[in-house]
Write a protein that binds this ligand. Structure first.
Ligand SMILES: [Zn+2]
Length: 225
């Protein structure tokens, strides 16, 4: 870094999106950090109104700063949706300063919000890479992962339940099959049991006798008479 720049509280460095401006000293909230400057373009002049680049800073309907010149170090400052600095616009003076809106620590990247128009035109199509948006994306990815895991575990639990049901059904069928076999064996192999029942006349008589007893009907007839 050249000696003439060393008193400045920032330096240009590598950032997530390419180059960025980083604090080299603590910068207190409210401090003017750097001026955003360049030739003033007059929208009333056709050739000036036709200039198009990513570093245009609109001051008023008429005046725009063309910040694309090399000397404008502030052009390295990247956009952030939750920035630590802001652009302080003085339309009458036709000047813009970047001012800290938070205490900034050495090593922190300096950011300001470029505004809705820039965001829509340049950042939304490629996806904003600022910390806040990266964090949001990370959170969304983590949530999607958790949801996939939840669904997978649910499916596994369901499959396990189904498998258990099938196993239980088979076990029941096996038991029933074994009983049938045992019964069949009993009928074929143990005639005495079968005959014993048939020969038990008492049981049959008792059942028939019960059914034939006209106790209630008899009582009704008595009342009618
Ligand atoms: Zn963002």
């Amino acid at each position: 870094m050249p000696a003439s720049l060393s008193h400045k509280p920032y330096r240009v460095g590598r950032s997530r999106t390419g180059l960025g401006l980083f604090a080299t000293k603590p910068i207190k909230k409210g401090t003017k950090i750097i001026r955003y400057f360049g030739p003033l373009l007059d929208s009333k002049k056709k050739d000036e109104d036709a200039i198009e680049n990513k570093y245009l800073f609109e001051l008023t309907n008429r005046w725009t700063i063309d910040g694309s010149i090399r000397e404008n170090v502030a052009r390295y400052i990247n956009h952030a949706c939750r920035p630590n600095a802001e652009s302080d616009v003085k339309p009458r003076k036709r000047k813009v300063f970047i001012r800290a809106i938070k205490d900034i620590e050495p090593g922190d990247e300096i950011n300001y919000d470029y505004g809705t128009d820039y965001f829509k035109a340049y950042l939304k199509p490629i996806g904003c890479k600022c910390d806040a948006c990266e964090k949001k994306r990370k959170k969304k990815r983590a949530e999607a992962r958790a949801e996939r895991l939840r669904l997978k575990e649910k499916a596994e639990r369901k499959a396990k339940r189904e498998a258990e049901k099938v196993a239980e059904k088979r076990a029941r069928q096996r038991k029933a099959g074994a009983k049938k076999v045992a019964k069949a064996n009993g009928k074929l192999g143990n005639g005495k049991t079968l005959n014993g029942k048939h020969l038990n006349g008492h049981n049959l008589t008792a059942a028939a006798g019960k059914r034939a007893t006209p106790s209630k009907r008899g009582a009704a007839r008595v009342l009618q008479a």
